[in-house]
Design a protein around this ligand. Structure first.
Ligand code: PGA
Length: 250
């Protein structure tokens, strides 16, 4: 069965609830009846309610950008998987490089968050990717292997069913530099190999691996034409409804 592509927006720390309603008012008519790809918009937590309300009954799902590993507890400022689920979220980004870079996210906390998301029935989008120095030092493969292995630690194939990976070379995020489709496809093959080792060949063949890092309407088609690339995680270009819709229609 061919893998259905997933086109995901990562709004990062942009937009208020009003601006969220506004986005959906413009975006939904541009993607009505688009069922070739799955579409999800990951908003700041405060905008989730507005997004879910706006997207109700449409072909667009809503996701969060982070999740804590406990179901509840004394964790000031955190939000749990059952809370996201209760609100109507279906997806969650985990281990984005900005969280790793600025907020102390580690491979181990990625693993904990992933387990919690899977346990709750959310679709996790786990981000992996090398920084520029690692690529230049020839360490890309080692880094991706380590990030995957540690993220997948002690997760059963059955539990992992909804897993989605996003390969985001950190040097391509928000910089206007994109990995060539070939570079991305090579990284995706390696990640799929790691998934095969942990979860088995069948699982790996069904696993969706998205590409992220300066995806724009102009380069979406070339990237999405690679057989290894099963969708996109889009930051900057997802904030504008027309440009995100153009990517969805690649
Ligand atoms: P970008 O961000 O599309 O703005 O490069 C991608 C991401 O951080 O997920």
């Amino acid at each position: 069965m061919p893998r259905k592509k997933l086109i995901a927006a990562n709004w990062k720390m942009y937009k208020t609830p009003d601006q969220t309603h506004d986005f959906f008012r413009h975006f939904l008519p541009l993607v009505t009846n688009h069922h070739r790809d799955e579409i999800v918009v990951c908003t700041p937590c405060l905008d989730l309610h507005a997004a879910i309300e706006s997207a109700k009954g449409s072909n667009v799902a809503v996701g969060a950008q982070n999740v804590h590993w406990a179901n509840e507890g004394a964790y000031t400022g955190e939000i749990s998987a059952p809370m996201l689920l209760a609100l109507g979220c279906t997806h969650v980004i985990i281990g984005h490089s900005e969280r790793r870079q600025y907020f102390g996210e580690t491979d181990d906390t990625v693993n904990l968050r992933l387990k919690a998301a899977l346990e709750a029935g959310l679709t996790p989008i786990v981000c992996v990717g090398e920084v520029l120095q690692e690529r230049e030092a020839g360490l890309t493969e080692d880094v991706l292997r380590r990030q995957c292995d540690r993220a997948f630690h002690k997760i059963s194939t059955k539990k992992a069913a909804k897993l989605v990976i996003a390969y985001e070379p950190v040097w391509a995020i928000g910089t206007g530099k994109t990995a060539t489709p070939q570079m991305a496809a090579d990284a995706h093959r390696l990640i799929r190999g790691e998934a095969a080792t942990t979860f088995g060949e069948d699982f790996a063949n069904q696993l969706r691996i998205l590409y992220g890092g300066s995806v724009k309407p102009e380069n979406a088609k070339a990237l999405m034409s690679e057989e290894e690339i099963d969708g996109a995680l889009v930051g900057g270009a997802s904030l504008d409804p027309k440009s995100f819709a153009a990517i969805v229609h690649y």
